[in-house]
Design a protein around this ligand. Structure first.
Ligand code: NAD
Ligand code: ZN
Length: 359
């Protein structure tokens, strides 16, 4: 039954829901959610598909072990307009256009208390642990809402969360004046190339096995793209760096052979920052790859809350960072299956979905 809120009749909304513990998802009609005291209700203007959504859609091993709440609305990346406020919300206003940090922190654990809310011990994620944003409307904690500078286009706002992963990784150590290898040119790898470029990386080399993605990497600013199916990555990188090896490796593939190549390309004393998530354990010669190399190896998780968001916003609102070549496909929400298929093929950058295509 329709309810009356906001002076209008709020009926049901369309949402992409994981309805069964098996491959696939369904477009279904569900109630528009009501914000709790600390939450806001947003009209979803644009949302984008992430690799995690594809894992949940395909119902791979990781998803089978991780997803506990079915049925659950999928999706976590968004740009939305705030249309209703919970009773305690002060810092966000109706009409604000927002993106969102998708990690919900508890704000009281050791890590939250020590400035590491992005790895909160009790952390929950939209579309993974709680209902997500592949819907016409969504609720989220007001403290997760990131109010946008009006200069940032909606489509860029929708991908600010994965862009924040790229910004966090690139800026996790020195980058200016450094030669940089990006292994894996999926959307986040390509965004890292664009960020590294504006942050002053000198020579950027990128690897991927998919030619479409290598072309994207070139457009985003890679100086040299290599395909491990055709090129000897380590030899080429050593050639390009006068035999020294690369200063910085940004690991964006999660593939063990690429990770090993990254270590073999790294110069002594270099930085190796890993965002990519391997789907199984891998063997590594710690003495050769890390200890004798005096390498700094960092795991990167999420985005710093909220310094990464401030930086990401500034990159976008200044116009320094342009993502036009990285957003490659746009569909109506109803066409989510097309988007998932494209993601599966790898022949795309970011794929956006519009729940209200006429707005
Ligand atoms: P993606 O899967 O779209 O990109 C991975 C890319 O690696 C693909 O383009 C693939 O073709 C390429 N690849 C495959 N084999 C390769 C090889 N041998 N050498 C080089 N490249 C190869 O993923 P994405 O969305 O761009 O994310 C990048 C990685 O970061 C993924 O592993 C993802 O799971 C991970 N991730 C981590 C976090 C975090 O907080 N740590 C957050 C989001 C994503
Ligand atoms: Zn916490």
């Amino acid at each position: 039954m329709a309810t009356i809120r906001l002076g209008i009749t709020m009926a049901k909304m369309k949402a992409v829901v994981k309805t069964k513990p098996e491959p696939g998802a369904e477009l279904v009609e569900i109630d528009i959610p009501t914000p709790k005291p600390d939450e806001v209700l947003v009209k979803v203007l644009a949302t984008s598909i992430c690799g995690t959504d594809l894992h949940i859609y395909e119902w791979n091993k990781w998803a089978q072990n991780r997803i506990r709440n079915i049925p659950q609305v999928m999706g976590h990346e968004l740009c939305g307009e705030v249309i209703e406020l919970g009773t305690n919300v002060k810092a966000v206003q109706k009409g604000d256009v927002i993106s969102a940090e998708t990690h919900i922190a508890c704000n009281h654990c050791y890590l939250c208390h020590t400035g590491n809310a992005h790895i909160c011990i009790n952390g929950r994620i939209f579309g993974v642990d709680v209902n997500g944003v592949f819907a016409e409307y969504a609720v989220l904690p007001s403290s997760n809402a990131w109010i946008l500078d009006k200069k940032i286009p909606r489509d860029f706002a929708s991908v600010m969360e994965p862009l924040g992963n790229a910004v966090h990784t690139v800026l996790a150590g020195e980058i200016n004046g450094n030669t940089t290898l990006v292994t894996g040119c999926g959307p986040i790898g390509v965004m890292s190339i664009a960020v590294a470029r504006i942050c002053g990386a000198t020579r950027i080399i990128a690897t991927d096995i998919n030619e479409y993605r290598l072309q994207m990497a070139k457009k985003a600013g890679a100086d040299l793209v290599l395909n491990p199916k055709k090129d000897d990555i380590v030899q080429r990188v050593l050639q390009e760096t006068s035999g020294l090896g690369i200063d910085v490796v940004l690991e964006m593939s999660g593939v063990s052979t690429a990770i090993q190549q990254g270590f073999d390309c790294l110069r002594p004393g270099g930085r190796f920052s890993i965002l990519g998530i391997p789907d199984k354990p891998m063997e590594i010669d710690i003495g050769k790859s890390i200890v004798f190399k005096y390498a700094t190896v960092q795991g990167i998780n999420g985005r710093l809350m909220f310094s990464t968001w401030h930086k990401t916003s500034r990159f976008l609102s200044s116009g320094r960072l342009n993502l036009d070549s990285i957003i490659t496909h746009r569909f109506r929400l109803e066409e989510f299956e097309k988007g998932m298929e494209l993601m599966k093929s790898g022949n795309c950058g970011k794929v956006l979905l519009y729940p209200h295509p006429k707005d």
